[in-house]
Write a protein that binds this ligand. Structure first.
Ligand code: URA
Length: 213
């Protein structure tokens, strides 16, 4: 279940919304935050892969040969925007275990809120793969836009951005910079605060996933 315009899909499935509410609570433990994120990422992965093309292949069941569908083309590329992206990545990989995986390391300068690159390693053949970039929080959009810039420079043409929470400011920034990259999210929150945090949000996703606060 989802609400969609051409650029933004909000996954309104009750399981996603319920789990997200539990994650937002400030007293959720690191263990339950992680478990809920893994569970939500499975549900979001289902949504984000719904238009993958399939082709027919001949198989033998124990009863008889049949034509059956399989996913067509090269394996997906999942790109985790470090470090919080790894929290979404693990669940998706359970559902799509043969996906190729890349990492983009960007940190946000706390003064300027601008992204600074420190790591980039992605699979080859991005031009022939559906590339799903994952980062739980689409806040200012600065790091997402920079990550997508880097993926496009490396050949990616068919990109989806998957997050857990989005701020209207980040969605607008992405739409302006990368109108060809659809966004899939579990919720569109109210706004950003003065420090670039999403409100009501859930705090610092990386700290909550890794227990670093
Ligand atoms: N990154 C986070 O982890 N949380 C926010 O609210 C914004 C950016």
């Amino acid at each position: 279940m989802s609400h969609t315009d051409t650029h933004l899909t909000v996954v309104t499935h009750p399981l996603v919304q319920h789990k997200l509410t539990l994650m937002r609570k400030s007293d959720a433990s690191t263990a339950s935050f992680r478990r809920l994120l893994r569970e939500i990422s499975l549900l979001l992965a289902y949504e984000v892969t719904r238009d993958l093309p399939v082709t027919m292949t001949t198989i033998d069941t124990p009863m008889q040969p049949m034509q059956a569908p399989v996913i067509e083309g090269k394996k997906l590329a999942l790109i985790s925007i470090l470090r919080a992206g790894n929290g979404l990545l693990d669940g998706i990989l359970e559902l799509v275990p043969s996906a190729r995986v890349g990492f983009v390391g960007l940190y946000r300068d706390p003064e300027t809120l601008k992204p600074v690159e420190y790591y980039f390693k992605v699979p080859g053949g991005l031009d022939e793969r559906l590339t799903i970039a994952v980062d739980p929080m689409l806040a200012t959009g600065n790091s997402s836009v920079a990550a997508i810039d880097m993926l496009k420079k490396n050949g990616a043409k068919d990109i989806i951005f998957l997050c857990l929470l989005a701020a209207p400011e980040g969605v607008a920034r992405m739409k302006e910079a990368h109108p060809d990259v659809p966004i899939v999210t579990a919720a569109l929150d109210e706004r950003l605060d003065d420090h670039g945090y999403i409100v009501p949000g859930l705090g610092d996703a990386g700290d909550r996933i890794f227990g670093t606060k």
